[in-house]
Design a protein around this ligand. Structure first.
Ligand SMILES: Nc1ncnc2c1ncn2[C@@H]1O[C@H](COP(=O)(O)OP(=O)(O)OP(=O)(O)O)[C@@H](O)[C@H]1O
Length: 576
């Protein structure tokens, strides 16, 4: 409710016309039976042709006004519901951009997609029905009941008997459908997750011949979803015929009673026609209202899921008085940093301290899971540290304006990610205004220039979703170009050379040297040959620094480093 009201505020105009249309439509629909009754009893029965014509014209005008009201009502309802849900989707998207990795892990990407698309769609359908019926049906119901009573109190008893049955039915349906709807929406999350994993992991699935396993996994989830949908459909399919049966039974009873009343002269034919019309309106409005009740549980669950996303406070927030720049230096200091993932059980990093100044290349090496990626993720504040401090240019990263901090950093993640679009758009992701010269320069340094020039459309060559039309090494080089073009103060390469052949790796590192003279370069690497020239190599093991120094120093002082180096380098290289 809060969610809808908040978003409805912006569309008061549609709501206003919606209300006007409701009153216009209701007045017309409820006026028609009285005019018809009058036309029959005082026109047709009295053989008064001019009276019949006169009432027929009034009937036509009222029917046209009713039709117009209905059109305006449909127009305003659909405009308001689609616009409100469009805004909600935009808000969810904006909110999800503020989320830190923690919130992404908490909700799961698939569930976030289901909430943005599926739940929003459910809500849109519900709002459309609400705008059309929420005001109209009670008005129609109350006035119809009043007119029914006015026409004949004894005939009204028939409707009076039907109402408790209807209310009980509506309540029971809402109660039964609510938990099924909740299970269905969760089922949609699961279906989305499995689809997503299948589409992104199609090569692994084929390579491991797991097609059948995955098909079964999907079929089970699909069956579960379909099972819940079937239950809901069954409920709906029984409901409508039951309501119509009740309505028709009422009509039969009315006919039986009214025939006697007409015989004894206590009821006229025109009054009976009007009574029937009003009774139909009353019962039909009640049925429409019951549709709202049946849709409500599912819409409420969808709204709750959307609200959960919108209410989530990102763990990483901009400080109240953010610092926009550092002390003018280019430096990075880790001071006794420890870190535990919000959902983790133990500290992943413990007591990490090191410093880097302008021109330095700091390399991180160590066994898998030793915390290298975690460590570098703390610099752009993807996560906040548990204890200690990280300073960039003399200022604690938690004091910076997030955008200002992240603009200082050129981050090249472990998995090179490209966006659908063109090569140019992908590189300009690093700097919107990058000129042709800047594009050429960054791609030359990243050893991407040659393969781009070989493409028929060069920088305008299309990049498909996930960069699937480029090789792993090409994707890495494009994502390196993207970071270089923004000329950051701190380069972070998270194992970003792993897909490059040794020649390209060496050439790229050589190109980077002059480019990063005025910056700090952090490299997470598995290959010792990639970091042999680093100013400082930090050796990590189980979340701790177990050695710091140059390649030569570490060979002498750090057994773990020596072991890694010996497993990768020849005796000559080790001796060099
Ligand atoms: N989001 C997360 N939540 C909880 N624990 C995590 C999360 N990400 C990583 N970890 C854990 O943190 C530890 C360090 O992981 P990290 O990815 O930093 O290691 P790494 O040294 O970069 O490994 P690799 O060389 O394999 O990339 C691992 O034990 C891992 O299981």
């Amino acid at each position: 409710m809060k969610l809808v009201l908040h978003h409805m505020n912006r569309y008061k105009r549609y709501i206003f016309f919606n209300i006007l249309a409701v009153f216009g439509f209701a007045a017309a629909e409820l006026g028609i039976p009285t005019i018809v009754s009058d036309l029959i009893d005082n026109g047709i029965s009295q053989n008064d042709t001019s009276y019949v014509y006169h009432k027929a014209i009034i009937l036509l005008v009222v029917a046209l006004l009713g039709g117009l009201g209905n059109i305006v009502l449909a127009y305003c309802s659909s405009r308001a519901s689609t616009k409100i849900v469009r805004d909600m989707r935009n808000d969810i998207f904006r909110k999800s951009q503020e989320f830190s990795h923690t919130e992404y892990n908490k909700f799961g990407v698939s569930s976030m997609i289901t909430r943005t698309m599926n739940d929003a769609f459910v809500l849109m359908q519900f709002l459309n029905v609400i705008f059309r019926t929420a005001l109209l049906t009670p008005i129609m119901m109350l006035i119809s009941m009043f007119m029914v009573l006015k026409t004949s109190v004894s005939l009204s008893m028939v409707i009076g008997a039907c109402i408790p049955i209807l209310i009980l039915g509506i309540y029971q349906i809402a109660k039964t459908s609510s938990p099924i709807s909740a299970r269905q929406q969760k089922g949609m999350d699961r279906l989305n997750r499995i689809s997503r994993e299948n589409l992104t992991g199609v090569r692994v699935i084929r390579a491991f011949c797991k097609d059948h396993y995955e098909s079964k996994r999907f079929a089970d989830a699909n069956e579960d979803y379909a099972g819940n949908a079937k239950k809901l459909f069954k409920l709906m399919s029984v409901t409508q015929p039951a309501f119509f049966l009740l309505l028709n039974l009422g009509v039969i009873v009315v006919y039986v009673i009214s025939s006697r009343m007409i015989n004894v002269g206590t009821l006229q034919v025109g009054q009976l026609v009007a009574f029937q019309e009003y009774m139909f309106h009353a019962m039909f409005s009640m049925m429409m209202f019951s549709t709202v009740f049946m849709m409500y549980p599912r819409a409420a669950i969808s709204a709750k899921r959307i609200q959960e996303l919108l209410d989530e406070e990102p763990l990483i927030q901009n400080p109240e008085n953010p610092v926009m720049d550092g002390d003018g230096s280019t430096s990075l200091v880790f001071d006794h940093v420890s870190f535990q993932y919000p959902d983790g059980e133990a500290a992943v990093l413990q007591d990490i301290s090191f410093e880097a100044q302008v021109g330095d290349t700091i390399a991180f090496i160590g066994s898998t899971g030793s915390g290298k990626s975690t460590l570098i993720n703390l610099i752009p504040r993807f996560y906040d540290i548990s204890t200690g401090s990280i300073k960039v240019d003399g200022v604690d990263v938690r004091k910076y304006d997030l955008k200002a901090l992240r603009e200082k950093i050129g981050f090249i993640p472990q998995k090179a990610l490209l966006f659908s679009g063109s090569i140019r758009e992908n590189i300009r992701y690093g700097k919107d205004t990058a000129s042709k010269n800047e594009l050429d320069h960054s791609t030359q340094i990243a050893e991407a220039y040659d393969f781009i020039q070989e493409k028929p459309k060069k920088y305008d060559e299309k990049v498909v979703e996930g960069g699937g039309n480029f090789s792993g090494g090409q994707r890495q080089r494009l994502s390196i170009s993207r970071a270089i073009v923004r000329k950051p103060e701190i380069y972070i390469f998270d194992d970003s050379f792993s897909a490059l052949d040794l020649r390209t790796d060496a050439a790229l590192r050589k190109n980077l040297k002059p480019e990063t003279k005025e910056a700090i370069t952090l490299i997470v690497a598995q290959r010792v040959s990639s970091i042999i020239d680093a100013t400082k190599i930090i050796v990590m093991n189980e979340g701790r620094v177990v050695g710091q120094g140059t390649h030569k120093e570490l060979l002498k002082t750090c057994p773990i480093y020596r072991e890694i180096a010996e497993s990768q380098l020849s005796k000559e290289e080790l001796g060099a």
